[in-house]
Design a protein around this ligand. Structure first.
Ligand SMILES: [Zn+2]
Ligand SMILES: [Zn+2]
Length: 303
């Protein structure tokens, strides 16, 4: 059955937001901002952006690699401004640095392009050139890219190669946000919190370095063991992935929420010296450009 973004909001997003806010009251300000972003996914403008994958791309390249996306400049500008204004309304110390950003002079196209590519060096360079703080600007831009990435993820999902064997997302090149052990068959899948990507292999291995020796792969537990989440670790690269047991696949737009809702597991992993990479798994090289100006058509007049 086809489900609209509004259906998903009521059945999958809202209950998850409420549960996460109850579990992590300190994270409420961020959740409010994330809620604003997830509500934006319902806007039809984002689904109008249709990526055309490069058919000549290398085998290891995700679907968005080297793609040029035509995005309305003014729509982006309005969206970034609205997100910053929402951060200002929350009046919380954790979102105050975002609210303090002067976004009026910023050009959103190169900023969102860098955020989509997870290119921190480029983001920092652009922030410095605009005279704004790179940390909060990067955080705002990562949120601002979500509707675009989710729109691309939705449109490209049918083209994901079934035999995709790399650890990074087959759509956007990011490392997995979470893993899922799904259903009674316990199918192992990796999920991307940015574009909602869904991929994996039957063979258990580290997504970051490819380690498959089970003696080098482990999992962390805590005393108040939550059976629905564990942390899978790799001794070879010291990377970790949170793994959730689920009956059904998490809806693409809810993966980012599940990541926030399981933040206590990140703390367990970090305390034991494990990390997850912040860089992209694959340098995407995506480009955002203004759409070609529309050609005015006069109806009712024929030559
Ligand atoms: Zn992705
Ligand atoms: Zn590894």
């Amino acid at each position: 059955m086809y489900r609209t973004a509004t259906d998903t909001w009521h059945s999958d997003i809202r209950p998850r937001l409420d549960a996460a806010a109850q579990r992590h009251p300190d994270g409420r300000a961020w959740l409010t901002l994330l809620a604003e972003t997830l509500r934006e996914l319902q806007a039809p403008a984002w689904t109008a952006v249709v990526p055309q994958p490069d058919l000549e791309r290398p085998m290891a390249a995700p679907l968005l690699a080297g793609v040029t996306l035509a995005v309305d400049h003014n729509m982006l500008r309005r969206w970034v401004r609205r997100l910053r204004q929402r951060a200002a309304k929350i009046r919380n110390p954790s979102t105050a640095p975002l609210a303090a950003l002067d976004t009026r002079r910023l050009d959103p196209l190169p900023l969102l392009e860098a955020a989509m590519c997870l290119d921190e060096a480029r983001l920092e360079e652009l922030a410095k050139a605009d005279g704004v703080d790179p940390g909060p600007l990067g955080a705002l831009m990562q949120l601002a890219t979500l509707p675009l990435l989710q729109g691309c993820g939705r449109s490209l999902a049918p083209q994901v190669p079934l035999d995709w064997s790399y650890g990074y997302c087959p759509v956007c090149g990011a490392w997995p946000t979470l893993a899922e052990v799904r259903g009674l068959e316990r199918t192992h899948r990796w999920r991307c919190g940015r574009c909602g990507g869904d991929w994996g292999l039957s063979l258990l291995r580290c997504p970051y370095c490819g380690e498959a020796n089970h003696q080098r792969l482990g999992s962390l537990t805590t005393e108040d063991n939550d059976a629905t989440c564990t942390v899978d670790t790799c001794l070879t690269c010291k990377g970790y992935v949170k793994t959730r047991a689920v009956l059904q696949p998490t809806p693409p737009s809810a993966v980012v929420l599940e990541d926030l809702a399981t933040v206590e597991w990140d703390l367990v992993a970090l305390a034991r010296g494990y990390r997850r990479p912040t860089q992209a798994g694959y340098a995407l090289g995506v480009r955002l450009v203004e759409p070609p100006s529309r050609i005015r058509t006069w109806f009712g007049w024929h030559s």
